[in-house]
Structures are given as C-alpha cells and as structure tokens.
Design a protein around this ligand. Structure first.
Ligand SMILES: NC(=O)c1ccc[n+]([C@@H]2O[C@H](COP(=O)([O-])OP(=O)(O)OC[C@H]3O[C@@H](n4cnc5c(N)ncnc54)[C@H](OP(=O)(O)O)[C@@H]3O)[C@@H](O)[C@H]2O)c1
Length: 172
C-alpha cells in the first residue's frame, strides 16, 4: 500500500491478465495508537499512519481506476473506522483517528468525482473485530468482513460516498 512501484506492478499485471477490475477493497491499516494523545503524539508515527491508512488507499485508487472504469459495476470499499468519525471523536488514538478521518474525506471526494460513472465508492467500519489489531473480545472476523462484502456487492442503484457499518449509515 505504501510502495508505488509495487502497486503499479500489480496494476500492470491485472491489466494484462484481466483487462479490468470490478472490486477494490482497501483493507490494510495500522497504528491503533492508544499509547499517545494529540498533544504529545510522535509526528513520525502520525506520518506513518497517514502513509498507510490514507495515502495507501489513495495510491491504490489512482493506480486501479483505469481498470475499474472498464467494469460494468465498479466498487471501491475503503475500510475505515468509527474512530475516524468527527461526530464522535474523543481524545484517543490521534494518528489512527486522523488518518481514518482523512480516508473518509478522500472517500467523499472520489465518490463525488465518479458520481456519473456508476462506480460506487464507500467507507465502512467493520466494528470491533478480533484480529491482531482488535485483539481478543471483538466480533468474529466474518462479521466484520460482512460490511465489506455488503459494500463491495451493492447493486447499481445503491449509495455512493457513504460511511456504513453492518449496512447502516454512520455519522461522519
Ligand atoms: N480490528 C478492529 O477492531 C478494527 C476496527 C475498525 C477498523 N478496522 C480496520 O480494519 C482494517 C483491517 O484491520 P485488522 O483488524 O485486520 O488489522 P490487522 O490485524 O493489524 O491487520 C492489518 C493488515 O494490514 C496489512 N498491512 C499493513 N500495512 C500494510 C502495507 N503497507 N501494505 C499492505 N498491507 C499492509 C497487514 O499485513 P502484514 O500482516 O503483512 O503486515 C495485515 O494483513 C484496517 O483498515 C483497520 O483500521 C479494524
């Protein structure tokens, strides 16, 4: 997600093998930084979170859009987090929360730009999931993934530029 050459290579491989891309899920995310606050955050850490969580999906979308435009039902799913919701933002996880709020903004921008193309671009929050990042106690991975599958398989008349969990809108 952070290596432009690697992304470009994958786009070139997909182009030569398939000629189009129907679904892009930007799932990779890092640095749930519970150990720091906005006032004392290590800005190298903030930059690292932005590079992966915000610019990673942005790079992926730029690289793959030409292939997604070849699809009859292109779908882009940016895996965000309610931690990036400005409406409910608290004091914790400053690098992560900022990077996800910016990812949500990018989602809105791209969805608006692509409004007339039929390509749907949405952000989803999988909820608290028991992965390496989420740790024990979260919901099963399949339950978190269901939100992604929902957004990846929306029919053509469905929303774009939204923020959802379990198929229901979340406040920005
Ligand atoms: N778990 C939760 O409770 C929760 C809640 C809300 C939102 N989310 C979001 O859900 C998504 C998935 O999180 P998760 O819980 O599965 O996290 P995770 O268990 O920490 O897994 C993160 C994944 O991202 C990959 N990754 C990290 N940096 C990458 C890069 N530069 N390029 C490519 N892949 C990279 C990792 O690959 P490697 O293993 O190879 O490093 C790993 O597969 C993230 O966007 C996260 O912010 C999670």
């Amino acid at each position: 997600m952070t290596d432009q050459n690697s992304i470009d290579q994958l786009a070139a491989d997909l182009k030569s093998e398939f000629g189009r891309l129907d679904i892009l899920v930007n799932n990779a995310g890092i640095l749930y930084d519970t150990w720091q606050s906005a006032s004392n955050a290590n800005l190298d850490t903030v930059q690292e979170a932005l590079a992966t969580n915000t610019l990673g999906p942005w790079r992926m979308c730029q690289a793959f859009l030409p292939l997604i435009r070849q699809s009859k039902a292109g779908r882009i799913v940016n895996v965000s987090s309610e931690a990036g919701s400005l409406a409910s933002m608290g004091a914790s996880t400053p690098a992560y929360s900022t990077s996800k709020a910016a990812l949500n903004a990018f989602t809105r921008l791209l969805a608006a730009e692509l409004q007339s193309t039929g390509i749907l671009v949405n952000a989803i929050c999988p909820g608290w999931v028991a992965t390496e990042m989420g740790g024990a106690g979260g919901r099963p991975v399949a339950d978190g993934a269901a939100s992604i599958v929902w957004a990846a398989t929306l029919s053509n008349d469905r929303p774009t530029g939204g923020f959802f969990r379990d198929g229901k809108p979340l406040p920005w």
